[in-house]
Design a protein around this ligand. Sequence first.
Ligand code: AVJ
Length: 302
Amino acid sequence: MRLDVRAGLTSTPKTLPPKYFYDERGSALFEEITRLEEYYPTRREREILTARAPEIAAITGADTLLELGAGSGEKTRLLLDALHATLNTYVPVDVSGDFLAEAAGQIAADHPGVTVRAVVADYERHLHLLPSTGRRLIAFLGGTIGNMPPSTRIGFLGALRATMNDDDALLLGADLVKDEDRLVRAYDDARGVTAEFNRNVLHVINRDLDADFDPSAFEHVARWNAAEEWIEMRLRSTRDRDVHVKGLDLEVHFAEGEEMRTEISSKFRPERLEAELGAAGLKLAELWTDQAGDFSLSLARP
Ligand code: AVJ
């Protein structure tokens, strides 16, 4: 976190990585986002999983479910239930320990036959350290792959492929390109929950790195970047001021109106997903979408 925040705040333009949104408050705000009328991805992905979980179980026969970015129980539960005949181990992996222990405990209590091994790790850095035994289904859901810029994403998929055995499979959730209006509304909701989620990264940095950001002096911005086909979230400083990050011994200046990028959320076309998986050495077995064609779930194998 120290390296990431220093690099982001000293670059031009300034950026912050989205993985630090998710402390306990940020995770709760994200949960609230998933229930907003405007935010379709969670409910679309759940629709696909509900329809396809039996096929996923039949195709993979997985004994281990390794989930990158431990979700809130619900989608996980659909997979655990569908895989009941073969599954013996569930490995949720998340960079934030706050939510993880609670979610893992709940799942262990509800699935007595399944051993739960929760791992606090940054899967962008620690992939090679994750448990690699068994016939694994690696689930990377929610569209979180979209948070990585393309070069990082391609490296990540290649690194993930390198950890996979022949019988492993990857289940990848990815949001699809669609009408700009709906995309922007999904990331700039009327009630301002996403705005508060965005500003939460400043609260996290204030607490963990002893900084003095005034979150109320930053406005939420959500924009569609048509060339890159991603949504960008930014925080716009409403004032000219210096911010001190004591824990990094760093002082940074924000000009009035200056925008700092806090997240990209890439939207995909199916051909691109297949091509990127292929470039990483993964063959697309299935690509499912919801009825409306809003979201995709891919199953890929070495
Ligand atoms: C959890 C990364 C999939 O990119 O849609 C929600 C995060 N950001 N609203 C997404 C998010 C703003 C979300 N992911």
